[in-house]
Design a protein around this ligand. Sequence first.
Ligand code: GLU
Length: 520
Amino acid sequence: MFGCVLRKMRWKRNGARRSVCTRQPEVRVRFAPSPTGFLHLGGLRTALYNYLFAKQRGGALILRLEDTDRVRLIPGAADAIEDMLEWAGIPPDESSRRGGHYGPYVQSERLQLYSQAASSLLHTGHAYYCFCTNQRLELLKREAQRSGHVPRYDNRCRHLQPERIQEKLALGIPHVVRFRLDAGAEPFQDLVFGWTRHEVAAVEGDPVILKADGFPTYHLASVVDDHHMCISHVLRGSEWLISTAKHLQLFAALRWSPPAYAHLPLLLNRDGSKLSKRQGDIFIQHFREQGVLPETLLDLVTHAGSGFNNNRIGRRLDELIQEFNISKITTHSALLDLDKLDEFNRVHLQRRIEDQQMCVELWEELRQRLLQTHGSDISDRAVLEPHYIQRVLQLRKGHICSLRELLDHSYSYLWIRPHVSLQQLKDVSAEAAVIAVAVIQLVGAGGSFSSTEQLNRELKLMASRLNTKYSSVMRVLRLALSAQQKGPSVAEMMLSLGEQEVCVRLQKALDLTNDSICVE
Ligand code: GLU
């Protein structure tokens, strides 16, 4: 199971000699994306399950870039994938960027290993040169389609005489290398799907393993790398389940021990439709730009699927590692409910706010964003201080889904003194001035700013003392303090702004003898 090149030992099983690791088995898993696109939720989930599996067992996660499809490469995608893993908090232990003992970690830099493996397979008769032209292959395909069959290569070059092969090679005729599939595939035990058997030779022609340009195909490259990188377990999408029979035949032909396999069921939309990459809204970068927290995404994609004894919202990475149970992964598709994104983000933002260290980071982030959004409109720089911002966060936690919400117009009163005319206040209540004076006195007397409940109690008492409706007091205060008619509770607004600022805003309103003079 633990194929390795470090120290090889030979052992016999069914007459085959295989090389295996002699050192203690170590868990090594890999996330092997093709840099033909950016990281999306499906890829993040595969990477995450690999990460959880590795970390739970003190193992290592390897990031291997499978860039052998040169035509579909997207510049910058490789770097962006690793950036996103780092942002998500699940960085690989080994990669081109991080280094490691099993590099290079990019397939296009490992061509020699693939050609060595192909040569060895040619040598042992497990592979053969194929000189069929594209024209012939196209013809085969069209004939199959016409007769309602699945197109497959007819293995013609399997039967070429050695002299003919030499001749063609000497003439420099373009060729590929194909792997000779054996009939009678062995069953294997997938850690998720259980015993699985796929009669690959009965449904497919011999696959190309080395292309005419000398690049390997995915099948050869992944087997060679899984071996040389000492991969112990392959956790990958279930779309690869039927390829595993082919991979196992390659391992056997190369006399290498295969890793264990666990195929992860597909990740689908809640309604069972395929996650669409077209609208760009399943890419991790997009979520990041929207202010979604990394732990929200990790929680959401694991919540969608199985792999845990129970499902609950709000698990952070350390809890995911602790609670992950590979035997709980079921074979049916995981349904992702993106409508729950806000709910998940609210829970995780609250957890961050409650964590002292993380709250400091949130302050710094919000401060930067406030400067970008409101900049010179902020006349009182005290609103950028940690104690002010952290107080706002503590009061708003559980209500806001993202820091960005606090940049909205509806929250601008927190950062900028609003402009309210006295007439506006009077329109709300004829007793606006009396109310404002009474609140200034109440605040000045101190003691009422300990909690929203306490403040509410005092405001209610005050309203009855003034023989005024409590609702009028609330509406006057809300307008005077925020220039808004909706928002958080008035008591919360007052606590956020602080005694002094509440007094300043009310005082300014009272000082106005002419309507529509700026409160500032
Ligand atoms: N390069 C393949 C992909 O992007 C990896 C498949 C595997 O993990 O073996 O899906």
